[in-house]
Design a protein around this ligand. Sequence first.
Ligand code: DAH
Length: 347
Amino acid sequence: MNELDQLVQAAKTAFAEATAVADLENAKAKYLGKSGRITEQLKALAALPVDEKKARGALINVAKQQVEAALADRRQALADAELAQQLRAQALDVTLPGRRRGTGALHPVGRAQERIEAIFGSMGFDIADGPEIETDWYSFTALNNPENHPARSMQDTFYVDVKDSQGRWLNLRPHTSPMQIRYAQAHARTHAGAAVMPDIRVIAPGRTYRVDSDATHSPMFHQVEGLWVGENVSFKDLKAMYLNFIQAFFETTALVLRFRPSYFPFTEPSAEIDIMFERGPLQGRWLEVSGSGQVHPQVIRHMGLDPERHVGFAFGSGIDRLAMLRYGVGDLRLFFDGDLRFLSQFQ
Ligand code: DAH
């Protein structure tokens, strides 16, 4: 092997040993740099006699080209290796299954509430919403349930240990009945002075609170209040309307309804509404679904209306209870435990 061949070989070895780009550039400088070994060879040409210059120059150029080719190959190899390394590091496994989004669903009580709203909406009832933290006046007094009256204990209540800006005690509303007063007041004002009587038809669904907890009672539960005030409203309207609702809610006409005399301070007369299915798993048993009655004259007065002219009928039904009956749920607490094994059955 001649001297130039050895030089080329040495360059190739040096390039092969360079495992990083910087090393390779250093190796290049040693052979092709200003004072690199190939460059030195070219400089040495100057000292040769003219007749030798040409042949020697051609040989050196061949060697130089070989070194340059080896350098280019090694550069490419290093770049390829680096790319391969990067691809390995950032590997994306496209066969990995994606993360799924769970399917959400309405809570069964929310679902029952939406059903109730849709049915009453279709009968021309407005849907109203009101505060869950109420004043004593709206929860009791306005509903003809005076302070210290024993009827208040029908609704053992959570009190909030503060008074509102007008010095009134606050409580978590024990029923949705305060909404009768709130809604009628708002609409009576709209109608004040007008010759026409307000025709109020409204339901007010929402959360209610009582100191109560067992398989059929929860400290937080849901009610829907209904109020119909007009000129010629009577018990028969209440009955027809409620029967319509309950048949639509349970999607059956094989169902009867009865009024059973009862007592509520805010109605006179008062009745419980019981229903009985003529078919199905609940067949033949009277089930209590609602309180109801003709709105007491004192309550009509608190609405800002004239009891001599304005007649009202009202009801208050437990939404959770209706949901239990519709879905065949035996324990009310299941609705509020948040157990997905139970809740996902309603998707
Ligand atoms: N507020 C009553 C309760 O929670 C239910 C009720 C009874 C509402 C009779 C009414 C009614 O509107 O007329 O027990």
